[in-house]
Write a protein that binds this ligand. Structure first.
Ligand SMILES: Nc1ncnc2c1ncn2[C@@H]1O[C@H](COP(=O)(O)OP(=O)(O)OP(=O)(O)O)[C@@H](O)[C@H]1O
Ligand SMILES: [Mg+2]
Length: 375
């Protein structure tokens, strides 16, 4: 007998990961909704920023978790943009949750976050518009059946959001094929003589993301820029917020990978303050620090350093995260971008961490001792 096996996803999309929250919001949503939106702008906001008080549904109380930390008004502006006729472009430093925000917005507005074009140097116009199943095309000639829709085509046809990741990695002339789609909301398919125009349904829009470190790789044309509202996503600027993000994200990652291990809040705090101080160039005790200029010190990197150290604690250690592995992974993360910056981290340990270890003792002393891995 064929047993149906449950398929586990390594990284479930937002709409799967937060299915329960989305279902509850949908069932209790009383706000005004733009056509074809799954949730109202109010409920989309609650999904991303969390509920202030628990939501009552069928006699139970549910709270909606906060997923994006930082500027609440930015989230509101993004939602408003998507209800209008311009696209939304999220720009910012690497690891500032641009992709995460675009996934959350798509899942809450359209019910799917996976209708995505990944911009690369090799992205072609076909990948943005449509291509053909050549066997069918040769056998039957051009028809809708032989057409292979792109995520943009699908977005227009179904009235859902299309995400365009890392748009500035795509050559400018290819990016420009979006101009007419964003202005006229139609896609022409000249090969289909009678049925050659796709009209976008309400609910369709584009969320682009672009990394400011990639600036100059392929700038966007001003004609395309005018068709988007730009929002700059900034790095998290409070240690306590960064600590919460690390804890929440790592908990979720551990859960998804089946690792039964607690997240150590003190370690998360040490890591959050290291990332924050090296990014800002000043310590909580007032030391001036040489900022790391060629290295990405993003929250996403901090999450990854914690998670890597946790994995080694889980499989090699006795279920605890050690400062030795934390520093080893920190070195790995930093030297990936530039080996020259290691000296600055060493100086940071020899001043800030040394003073903190003398003042606070405990884990900070262990952290300071682990500086041997920086040599
Ligand atoms: N303000 C924030 N709120 C919540 N999580 C955040 C925030 N900033 C960063 N993160 C964390 O960083 C992770 C990575 O973010 P994401 O991949 O979306 O960044 P990005 O801006 O798209 O980076 P890149 O430019 O490298 O593509 C998120 O999944 C989340 O764990
Ligand atoms: Mg991204």
């Amino acid at each position: 007998m064929n047993k149906k096996k449950e398929i586990k996803q390594l990284k479930p999309p937002v709409e799967v990961r937060y299915k329960e929250e989305l279902d509850i919001l949908k069932a209790t949503d009383t706000g005004k909704k733009p056509e074809n939106w799954v949730l109202s702008p109010k409920a989309v906001r609650t999904f991303i920023l969390g509920s202030e008080k628990p939501i009552e549904y069928e006699g139970n109380k549910y709270s909606i978790s906060k997923k994006y930390y930082g500027n609440d008004q930015l989230v509101e502006r993004c939602i408003i943009t998507l209800a209008g006729n311009r696209g939304l472009m999220l720009v910012g430093e690497p690891g500032t949750a641009k992709t995460m925000l675009s996934e959350l917005l798509s899942a809450a507005i359209s019910g799917v976050s996976t209708n995505t074009i990944q911009g690369t140097a090799g992205t072609t116009e076909d990948m943005i518009k449509y291509s053909w199943n050549y066997a069918l095309l040769l056998a039957e000639g051009p028809s809708k059946k032989a057409l292979v829709p792109s995520p943009l085509y699908t977005g227009m046809e179904k009235g859902i959001i299309t995400r365009f990741e890392e748009i500035t990695r795509t050559p400018a002339e290819i990016q420009d094929s979006l101009i007419s789609i964003l202005s006229d909301k139609i896609l022409n398919i000249p090969e289909l003589l009678d049925d050659g125009v796709i009209f976008a349904k309400p609910g369709f829009n584009i969320i682009g993301t672009a990394n400011t470190r990639d600036k100059g790789v392929n700038e966007m044309s001003s004609a395309l820029k005018r068709r988007f509202n730009f929002e700059t996503v900034m790095p998290v600027n409070r240690v306590s917020l960064e600590k919460s993000i690390i804890i929440n994200e790592v908990k979720q990652l551990a859960l998804e990978s089946g690792m039964d291990m607690e997240v150590d809040e003190n370690v998360a705090e040490i890591l959050a303050s290291t990332y924050h101080e090296l990014r800002e160039g000043i310590s909580s005790m007032g030391h001036r620090i040489d900022r790391l200029e060629n290295v990405v010190m993003s929250t996403a990197e901090a999450v990854s350093v914690y998670y890597q150290s946790m994995i080694s604690g889980y499989y090699y250690g006795d279920g605890v995260i050690t400062m030795d592995s934390l520093v080893q992974n920190l070195v790995g993360a930093v030297t990936k971008d530039s080996k020259d910056e290691l000296g600055k981290i060493r100086d940071y340990f020899n001043t800030v961490i040394r003073d903190k270890s003398e003042k606070e003792g405990g884990l900070w002393s262990e952290y300071y001792k682990a500086a041997k891995w920086l040599r």
